[in-house]
Design a protein around this ligand. Structure first.
Ligand SMILES: *[C@@H]1O[C@H](CO)[C@@H](O)[C@H](O)[C@H]1NC(C)=O
Ligand SMILES: *[C@@H]1O[C@H](CO)[C@@H](O)[C@H](O)[C@H]1NC(C)=O
Length: 275
């Protein structure tokens, strides 16, 4: 069952961002600082795999279109101030999203490969990778994607794609941060592969993640089941920066504000005072 590991905890919690300090303040704490919740959209069904196309403030994500005990996914996007997603039905069983900000292309992955969507030409969609079932994607200079069920990393070239031989592990997530260090997640947790090396450095902390997203400063953020973490490279530990119940997806707006999803909402966290 492709999505089973993600959903183990998802049925239990329906509340969103938790009030961890002053109960009067409706919001979350990020790095100890109060942030209010700005609800971008609600009434959604398990929004996952958020990516924001900052130039046009459009958020791409996948969501469930099946019943409560069924995993049937579709990708759509929300423009600024739009509350109901515009679906992109061309992507069969659409699940994964990532964006090449430099060229303004959104990559959308599903059970028959990867499609490229140019936001400024919404009716144009190109099937750019075929014959792979896409689990997750990451963009930095190249498009990287993890294939289901092998869980192996691949890299897209202009007219072809190749298996990334040097990452021989079965992985769930992959990211390259601003120091060009690689992070992978496996069944054993998070490992760092420093730029130009092959050693796997294990990081202490949680072992199950729903996403790794790199902010505009180049800092990798790890989305666990109930918190967001960053990697402390001095002591090889993941450190919790925000406690948010049942977080599904994560991305950052142009000002690096956190945008996350829970089982029903997409929320932006904005620094504020709590009186
Ligand atoms: C990719 O295919 C196009 C069209 O066939 C061709 O013009 C281009 O040279 C190819 N690129 C590479 C890197 O092979
Ligand atoms: C990564 O390593 C390459 C060569 O090994 C080096 O040229 C590059 O500057 C490194 N990147 C960073 C961000 O340190």
């Amino acid at each position: 069952m492709k999505f089973a590991i993600f959903f183990v905890v998802s049925v239990v919690f329906i509340c969103s961002a938790e009030l961890i300090k002053d109960p009067k303040c409706k919001g979350s704490y990020v790095n100890g600082k109060f942030h209010k919740k700005h609800i971008i959209a609600n009434g959604l069904n398990r929004p996952y795999q958020l990516s924001i196309y900052n130039l046009h403030h459009a958020i791409y994500f996948s969501y469930n279109v099946g019943g409560d005990d069924e995993d049937k996914f579709e990708i759509g996007y929300l423009k600024k101030d739009q509350k109901v997603p515009t679906p992109i039905p061309a992507v069969k069983n659409g699940f994964a999203t990532t964006i090449d900000h430099h060229h303004g292309i959104s990559y959308l992955g599903g059970s028959d490969g990867i499609y490229a969507h140019d936001f400024t030409k919404p009716d144009e969609i190109k099937h750019v990778v075929k014959q792979h079932n896409i689990w997750d994607m990451f963009y930095k200079e190249h498009l990287y994607f993890i294939v289901y069920p092998s869980q192996r990393l691949h890299k897209k070239h202009e007219n072809s794609s190749e298996l990334v031989e040097h990452i021989s592990e079965k992985i769930y997530q992959f990211a390259i941060d601003g120091d060009e260090d690689i992070f992978i997640t496996t069944a054993d947790g998070v490992f760092q592969i420093k730029n130009g090396t092959t050693e796997r450095i294990p990081f202490t902390g949680p072992k199950i993640f729903r996403a790794i997203e790199v902010d505009h400063q180049g800092v990798a953020h790890f989305c666990g089941q109930n918190a967001i973490y960053v990697a402390n490279k001095d002591n090889n530990a993941l450190e919790e920066i925000a406690h948010i119940k049942n977080i599904f997806g994560l991305t950052f707006d142009a000002e690096d504000h956190i945008i996350y999803s829970d089982p029903h909402e997409i929320v932006k966290l904005l620094p504020d005072t709590c009186k």
